[in-house]
Design a protein around this ligand. Structure first.
Ligand code: NAD
Length: 485
């Protein structure tokens, strides 16, 4: 089978020869075979990309000074070009990180064009505010693009997460240097093809793939005005330190260890598909998944059996097959990490109720069985640390007060879900959980509503109008009383 090979980088509006000669090889998570390669960016490529983004932002006819409707025309063309490549994008993502194709079709195909259309319209509709002052006069409040944005993304939902950043950034009038994760570069290069076809002006979007050192170099770069990062809490802390020193605005979407709280009236079986999507989607490789299941003592064994039954019956297989519910993990390293947590879960005294190993019928691919531990103590490592694989920990609770206490006893605060037959009760419970987002009987990130975390899950919000504000800065013009008349 031929592999996908790229020789150039998308920088300064076109395909350019890279400064270095190293390459990033991409392997299929399913076959472990090489499926493509791209040039690995080096510091000189970042310099060229930031320079170009800077010129596109600062120049006389700069992207940020264009009328929003003019930017919108370009971004709508970009959306159309992405849509044309949607099926190929989904296929590349699935091959690279093991995302089941039906999940890729639900997230990676529609989100990028949807977000470009949503944000470009939001900016067209945004007018300057003229606010009557308390001291007489009028304050004119303008929203301006914040500048050159460094966008750094992980591999788990590479297209969706990229567009949470670049759609509002580009719509606001910012220019962008994107650093995709090395594991998922092939979809980023397809996206660059869409940008070229859509005729994005020179320097508005630049893509330089590389690892963490290159990301750190980009974060520090003097030409960058804003950093938008999604990834691990450890990397987020390092980036926050740099941005603190530089007084550089930063948005951080980091790790999670969210709770799925089953109340004593819940119909888990009746909601099993939503429960699966909220706890095990994308092979457990999503930051907001509810991987700590809190189960009431009076229904404990039934809840454990239901979840163990769900996990044991999931279809594990090639993520390109439409019937597959659980594909492989992104890399051997990630599988090792997940397996070490499974070992720790057993060593700490968790009771294995489902899974715990590799599927017997797969001798290739970085597969791990969906795994459920029962009788987990809230202080066990697998109840506190993010695993980022298909591993659930079921923790018993005696009453609602204890459930709230356990749910909030975590360093993280990103997602969560409450399961109940009574929506009012569910919403009331959700209000007591300290987390950035939480669902009742499902968990779906709606594009119109802010998404993000508290505590070690990060700071700032993406999606909704709030996700646009992250790429804007305010200018106030004070007009004296006479001018207001
Ligand atoms: P990671 O932090 O190792 O890498 C993420 C990206 O940052 C990659 O592009 C990487 O090259 C780059 N990077 C790493 N260290 C860096 C540094 N010091 N400076 C600059 N760039 C750096 O994370 P990962 O393993 O690729 O992704 C998994 C993590 O991402 C999980 O912790 C998960 O919870 C988190 N995540 C969070 C969200 C969210 O919205 N909160 C969404 C998806 C994933």
């Amino acid at each position: 089978m031929s592999t996908m090979e790229y020789d150039k980088l998308y920088v300064a509006g076109d395909w350019r020869t890279p400064a270095g000669s190293d390459r990033i090889d991409v392997r299929s998570a399913t076959t472990e075979e090489k499926i493509g390669s791209v040039p690995e960016g080096v510091e000189a490529d970042i310099d060229a990309a930031v320079d170009s983004a800077r010129r596109a932002f600062d120049g006389p006819d700069s992207w940020g000074n264009w009328e929003p409707a003019r930017r919108q025309e370009v971004l709508l063309r970009f959306a159309d070009e992405l849509e044309k490549r949607g099926p190929e994008t989904a296929s590349r993502v699935s091959q690279q990180n093991g995302m089941p194709i039906v999940v890729a079709e639900a997230f990676e195909i529609p989100f990028p064009p949807l977000l470009l259309r949503y944000y470009s319209q939001l900016v067209v509709d945004q007018a300057d505010e003229r606010r009557p002052g308390m001291l007489g006069g009028t304050a004119v409040i303008r929203r301006q693009p914040i500048g050159v944005v460094a966008a750094i993304v992980p591999w788990n939902v590479p297209q969706g997460i990229t567009f949470l950043k670049i759609a509002p950034a580009l719509a606001a009038g910012c220019t962008v240097v994107l650093k995709p994760a090395p594991e998922t570069v092939l979809d980023a290069f397809l996206m660059a093809e869409a940008a070229v076809a859509a005729g994005l002006p020179e320097g508005v979007l630049n893509i330089v793939p590389g690892g963490r050192e290159l990301g750190a170099y980009l974060v520090e770069h003097p030409g960058v005005d804003k950093v938008s990062f999604t990834g691990s809490t450890a990397a987020g802390r390092a980036i926050a330190e740099t941005c603190g020193r530089l007084l550089r605005p930063v948005t951080l979407e980091l790790g999670g260890k969210s709770a799925a709280i089953v109340l004593d009236d819940a119909d888990l079986l009746g909601n099993i598909e939503s429960f699966f999507a909220s706890t095990l989607l994308n092979n457990g490789q999503i930051c907001w998944l509810g991987t700590r299941i809190l189960a009431p003592q009076n229904r404990y064994s039934e809840v454990v059996d239901t979840i163990a039954g769900l996990a044991s019956n999931l279809v594990i297989g090639d993520p390109l097959e439409r019937t597959t519910q659980i594909g492989p993990l992104v890399s051997a390293r990630q599988r090792d990490r997940v397996e070490s947590y499974i070992a720790k879960g057993s060593a700490d005294g968790g009771r294995l109720a489902a899974g715990g190993g590799r599927p017997a019928d797969r001798d290739k691919g970085w597969f791990v069985q969906p795994t459920v531990f029962a009788d987990v103590d809230p202080n066990h490592t697998i109840a506190q640390e993010e695993i980022f694989g298909p591993v659930l920990a079921v923790i018993p609770y005696s009453d609602e007060a204890q459930a709230v206490q356990i749910a909030n006893d975590t360093d993280y605060g990103l997602g969560g879900s409450v399961w109940t037959a009574d929506m009012e009760r569910g919403e009331a419970f959700a209000r007591k959980v300290r987390t950035g987002t939480i669902g009742v009987n499902h968990y779906v990130n709606d594009p119109t509503a802010p998404f993000g975390g508290i505590k070690s899950s990060g700071m700032g919000r993406e999606l909704g109008p709030e996700g646009l504000v992250a790429f804007q800065t305010l200018q106030t013009i004070y007009l004296p009383p006479a001018a207001a008349n």
